[in-house]
Ligand binder design. Structure first.
Ligand SMILES: Nc1ncnc2c1ncn2[C@@H]1O[C@H](COP(=O)(O)OP(=O)(O)OP(=O)(O)O)[C@@H](O)[C@H]1O
Length: 250
């Protein structure tokens, strides 16, 4: 596997819908977090999810990823009729399995295990999937190299900068080869230079591997690396804009 990161990217052609939400509603007590969301996400698309605080962005991601089951509506996952599953109809065990095999997750804070080195953190999902330790470490090392962290493999999270730690978290999310990466403010705790570095690497690797990506962000610069921007407002998706995918290569 190549360890080089492409500096210019050719956008993946978006041919098939991979995730499709219809009529999603989620209520927490008296709070209507989602009020009827319809959304189609194409294979290989990089989507920025924006909107005010409390508008429902994280809830939308959790519903699409099968972390929560909506009170109403459906989420179909799969690019062909034969492989398509209705995520909301799966039981908790099946949804957990789907998340482990098909989805990757990156969050803003505190996601690395502090007592483990970078390479051990990245190898965890592979070990959980039953891979032999030697093979898992080899694969983890390759992914750390892809994200420019070959020299940090044996360092612990406290010995890494914020941007390096986020890149380790991204390596860990991608090491299993997920079809969809869900990222909730992955650059929210970084300064603008580190944020830009993380976004360039994340979007380059995603486009290279054809991974579909949903990124929640409050930052327009971070969003500019996406192919498309959607706005969540008061529990509804109110707008979607196509963006230039070439920004990631600039
Ligand atoms: N587990 C929960 N229990 C109760 N209310 C919740 C829960 N999760 C979310 N909410 C409420 O649902 C609404 C949407 O929350 P959500 O976290 O999806 O918004 P968000 O757009 O991601 O916000 P932020 O940008 O601040 O992270 C908010 O009013 C929030 O307080």
């Amino acid at each position: 596997m190549s360890t080089a990161i492409a500096t210019t990217t050719v956008p993946t052609p978006h041919t098939a819908v991979l995730l499709s939400a219809r009529g999603l509603r989620v209520t927490f007590g008296h709070t209507e977090a989602l009020r009827g969301v319809d959304l189609d996400i194409n294979t290989g698309e990089v989507i920025a999810v924006m909107g005010p605080s409390g508008s429902g962005k994280s809830t939308l991601l959790h519903a699409l990823a099968g972390v929560i089951v909506p009170d109403a509506g459906t989420v179909s996952y799969g690019s062909t009729p034969a492989e398509t599953v209705e995520i909301c109809a799966l039981d908790e065990t099946a949804r957990a399995r789907l998340r482990l095999t098909d989805f990757g997750f990156v969050f803003q804070f505190g996601q690395l295990l502090p007592d483990l080195s970078a390479i051990d953190n990245v190898s965890i999902p592979l070990l959980l999937g039953g891979m032999r330790r030697k093979d898992a470490l080899r694969q983890a090392r390759t992914w750390l190299g892809r994200l420019g962290l070959a020299e940090q493999a044996n360092q612990r999270p406290t010995e890494l900068s914020g941007g390096q730690a986020q890149r380790v978290a991204i390596a860990r999310a991608l090491v299993t080869g997920p079809r969809v990466l869900f990222a909730d403010e992955p650059t929210g705790s970084l300064d603008s230079l580190a944020a830009e570095n993380v976004m360039v690497l994340l979007t380059d690797v995603a486009r290279e591997t054809g991974t579909t990506v949903l990124i929640i962000t409050h930052d327009a610069r971070t969003a500019s690396y996406a192919d498309r921007e959607i706005i969540v407002r008061d529990g509804r998706v109110t707008a979607g804009f196509a963006l230039s995918a070439s920004v990631a290569g600039s």
